[in-house]
Design a protein around this ligand. Structure first.
Ligand SMILES: O=c1ccn([C@@H]2O[C@H](COP(=O)(O)O)[C@@H](O)[C@H]2O)c(=O)[nH]1
Length: 235
């Protein structure tokens, strides 16, 4: 596995593999890691993971497993067999599910991927939670699920950058915070609700910031990625 200090995870959400690879071939594994999610994995299967790994990139396989403990454990082990750097489950699958996922990685030892859990999707706001019968704020619900995740022995959580400072305080520096909903100033929020700029996210203490459409849908994705990296270095 290559070592890169970059905090950026590019969400490689493309429906066309050639378009994705055209972008990937213009960037360097030292600039970012890549996140393969449900769209590309469903379209192209495990081979897309191998294709990107062969180019030297660390991969976050963002399939957000949420199932019974046995199924989730086997899915997480299958992700580990692929040699991905990070894999995730939904914390709302509960403690037994998360513990089963963690235990499924024990045979992989030091080669196991990081295992993290999604708290509250960054596309969700207070009203969305009300619709699910949850009366806590997104930050409160995310904290509740992050605490459960840590108690289950996972490596970190997906949360919004809005929660990062409080979570670093509550859960310590070793508990990884992965934050989608990153939007450079002036870019379209789209379906995201709890957003922050890359600089704000860095200042809030996030470990890894996930950036998708602001990069991949720009006229020049490689140049846009470099601009974001430069803006973080200059800060
Ligand atoms: O809470 C979450 C969990 C995962 N995601 C994923 O991150 C990217 C974000 O892409 P943008 O284009 O920058 O919005 C996408 O792949 C989501 O599936 C998330 O947004 N929020």
């Amino acid at each position: 596995m290559s070592v890169t200090p970059s905090p950026i995870l590019v969400a490689l959400d493309y429906s066309n593999l050639d378009d994705a690879l055209r972008f990937v071939d213009r960037i360097d594994p030292a600039q970012c890691r890549l996140k393969v999610g449900k769209e590309m994995f469903t379209l192209f299967g495990p081979s897309v993971v191998r294709t990107l790994q062969a180019r030297g990139f660390d991969l976050f396989l963002d399939l957000k497993f949420h199932d019974i403990p046995n199924t989730t454990a086997h899915a997480v082990a299958a992700a580990a067999e692929l040699g991905v750097w990070m894999v995730n489950v939904h914390a709302s699958g509960g403690a037994r599910m998360m513990q089963a996922a963690r235990e499924a990685l024990l045979p992989f030892g030091k080669d196991a991927p990081l295992l993290i859990a999604v708290t509250v999707l960054t596309s969700m706001d207070e009203e969305d939670l009300r619709g699910l019968g949850i009366t806590l704020s997104p930050a409160q619900q995310a904290e509740r699920l992050a605490r459960l995740t840590q108690q289950c022995g996972l490596d970190g959580v997906v949360c919004s950058a809005h929660e990062a400072a409080a979570f670093k305080q509550a859960f310590g520096s070793e508990f990884a915070l992965v934050t989608p909903g990153i939007r450079p100033a002036g870019s379209d929020a789209g379906d995201q609700r709890r957003i922050m700029t890359p600089l704000q996210a860095k200042q809030a203490g996030v470990d890894y910031m996930v950036i998708g459409r602001p990069v991949t849908q720009s006229a020049d994705p490689a140049a846009t990625l470099q601009q974001i990296i430069t803006s973080l270095q200059e800060a």
